[in-house]
Design a protein around this ligand. Structure first.
Ligand code: ATP
Length: 225
């Protein structure tokens, strides 16, 4: 694990990027976007399941079940990992608290990157202590071709001086830059996967084979009537 003493300012260490979500269940849309971010940023990507997502209803699967699915989905590679810190914390998971926690664990010099979908990026000013997010981490917007979301004046002002000119800046500084990467849009959602399973169908090719081939692990989504 990097420490402040061996990752000095200006030293290009591997960034740690986080992709938050409910992962109820994880599917190939999540995995593909996380993989593309890991390659584009030369980062480790931590998939971080939320305990109580601030803007969504409670998940169908328990925290332990969602983690089990993520771990199963990630077998065979090492660039994407599961990070369960939000599940270990009581109450609502706010991103600002998560980033502070990562700062304490990895130190001031570690490059941290918050991955945010382009639609969510436009809503950043509604997030708790949103300006702090830019001080605690770099923020990378995951863009989809042909999709542009309107930004408020205050967001435009916050982002303008932070725009990076090249992705290397996200390795030489530990926080504060804004970058965007285009990602391949796979038209898959957890809602769609849950609906297929509830109807007794197989979500094959929408999620890793290791999940589809294990009926027990997808049990939380089967017909609950
Ligand atoms: P639900 O259908 O239950 O709302 P979801 O499939 O959108 O769930 P989340 O766990 O809420 O999944 O998403 C976590 C993160 O992954 C979010 O940043 C979201 O934008 C992103 N994401 C989800 N699905 C895709 C996809 N098909 N392609 C790219 N990114 C995705």
């Amino acid at each position: 694990m990097p420490t402040p003493s061996n990752v000095g300012v200006g030293f290009a260490s591997q960034p740690i990027a986080i992709l938050g979500g409910t992962f109820d269940p994880v599917h190939n849309g999540h995995l593909r976007v996380a993989w593309e971010a890991a390659e584009a940023l030369d980062a480790q990507v931590r998939l971080m399941p939320a305990h109580v997502p601030p803007h969504k209803p409670a998940p169908l699967a328990s925290a332990a079940q969602r983690v089990a699915m993520l771990e199963r989905a990630l077998i065979g590679q090492s660039r994407l990992v599961v990070d369960t810190r939000e599940l270990r914390r009581e109450g609502t998971s706010y991103t600002v608290d998560t980033l502070r926690d990562l700062r304490v664990e990895f130190g001031e010099a570690q490059s941290l990157i918050l991955l945010v979908g382009a639609d969510a990026f436009g809503n950043l000013p509604t997030w708790r202590e949103w300006r702090q997010l830019f001080r605690l981490a770099h923020i990378v917007m995951l863009t989809r071709p042909g999709r542009t979301e309107p930004w408020s004046g205050e967001l435009i002002e916050e982002v303008a001086p932070r725009r990076a000119r090249e992705p290397r800046e996200l390795q030489t500084a530990s926080a504060g830059k804004v970058w965007s990467i285009p990602v391949t849009p796979l038209d898959i959602s957890a809602t769609q996967v849950r609906a297929l399973l509830a109807a007794g169908r197989e979500p094959r090719w929408l999620m890793p084979e290791a999940l589809v081939s294990d009926p027990a692990i997808l049990e939380p989504y089967r017909d609950r009537a």
